[in-house]
Ligand binder design. Structure first.
Ligand code: UDP
Length: 324
């Protein structure tokens, strides 16, 4: 059983990863500065309260906790915000990751699992998207993740590090036991916003774009349950120990849901009406992003347990209702 440093372990995805690591018998050591994370999500192991801008704090955490691997989730992760404040994204996501990689090299920690994103593909030429699709990020956010992946390839080649990038499609849902869930401030993600519209009849959801090249005109995404994502990290970390080089995996269900499909799922699950207005497209939003995650199944033995959008919404609603 291993001690694993989880940067951003107090965040939405990081918190679920810590729970999954603990369930598999490992000890997650959370490294988080709470700029976006929540103290309530640190439940499954020790906390190091520090910033990834501080390489010496990373080195000290690795030594103090006898760390064998790092799962690196700490990042800024809003596409729109990255357009407005690109240099904050390069500083946190790129320079922060330089510090993580350098601290690992100096500490002799070989295994890294990185939170990457389907945003590295930009507007893919075809869907479902597999890992051979071209890198073509269209936002500063996507470009920062692509740069980190490139650095990981170099570190694997030059220093023998064992690197895995997990390219998430749309993380969604909440812990089925209800211990943690999706909680962002500000909230920009579709499912919690639609749940808010279901809970509050005065709240109007804006559908961002109704003129996409999709059957109902709204954008299609591949919503992947956060507990399934967390399970993939545990498998990736175990695979990394005996792997070499830099391996990348898409994580998604292989099925898309449009914004209107999500509204329908929320109305079914909650038995309430969602009021909406049609609004303009957001910048950098592709029509359709759906994963081909066959490689994760073949190599990691990973298959989503909760692929159905109504189950994802039901778990999110259970958590959302408890917070209100
Ligand atoms: N979306 C929307 N209204 C909202 C928030 C999101 O129509 O208030 C749309 C968004 O344009 C995208 C999809 O929902 O097509 C998923 O957006 P989200 O921000 O959840 O994830 P992203 O795909 O940007 O990572």
């Amino acid at each position: 059983m291993s001690n694993v440093l989880v940067t951003g372990g107090a965040g939405y995805v990081g918190g679920h990863i810590c729970k999954a690591l603990s369930g598999a018998g490992h000890t997650p050591v959370v490294f988080d500065n709470f700029c976006r994370g929540h103290r309530e999500f640190v439940r499954w192991g020790p906390l190091v309260e520090a910033n990834i801008s501080d390489k010496s704090a990373l080195i000290a955490a690795m030594a103090d906790h006898n760390i064998e691997a790092v799962i690196h989730c700490a990042a800024l992760a809003y596409v729109a915000e990255s357009q407005e404040r690109p240099m904050d994204y390069y500083e946190t996501n790129v320079i922060g990751s330089v510090n993580v990689l350098e601290a690992m090299r100096e500490s002799g920690v070989p295994c890294l699992v990185f939170s990457s994103t389907c945003a590295v593909y930009g507007i893919p030429a075809s869907v479902p998207v597999d890992e051979a699709a071209e890198y073509a990020p269209i936002s500063p956010y996507g470009r920062t993740k692509w740069i980190v992946e490139t650095m990981m390839t170099e570190c694997a080649r030059a220093y023998g590090m064992k690197c895995i990038s997990l390219r998430y499609f749309n993380a969604a849902g909440a812990d089925p036991d209800g211990e943690i869930g999706e909680w962002h401030d500000p909230e920009t993600h579709l499912i919690p916003i639609v749940l808010n519209a279901a809970a509050d009849s005065t709240f109007l959801l804006s559908i961002n774009g109704t003129d996409y090249e999709t059957p109902d005109g709204t954008a299609i995404r591949d919503y992947i349950h956060v507990t399934d994502l967390a399970d993939a990290h545990v498998r990736a970390f175990e695979f990394a120990k005996t792997s070499s080089g830099h391996n990348v995996f898409n994580l998604g269900t292989g099925h898309g849901a449009s914004v209107r499909d999500v509204i329908g799922a929320v109305e079914n699950v909650t038995d309430r009406k969602v009021n909406f207005v049609k609004a303009a497209r957001r910048e950098c939003d592709p029509d359709c992003l759906v994963a081909n995650a066959q490689k994760a199944e073949d190599v990691l033995g990973w298959k989503p347990q909760y692929p159905d959008i109504e189950t994802i919404v039901a778990h999110a609603w259970a958590y959302f209702s408890r917070q209100k």
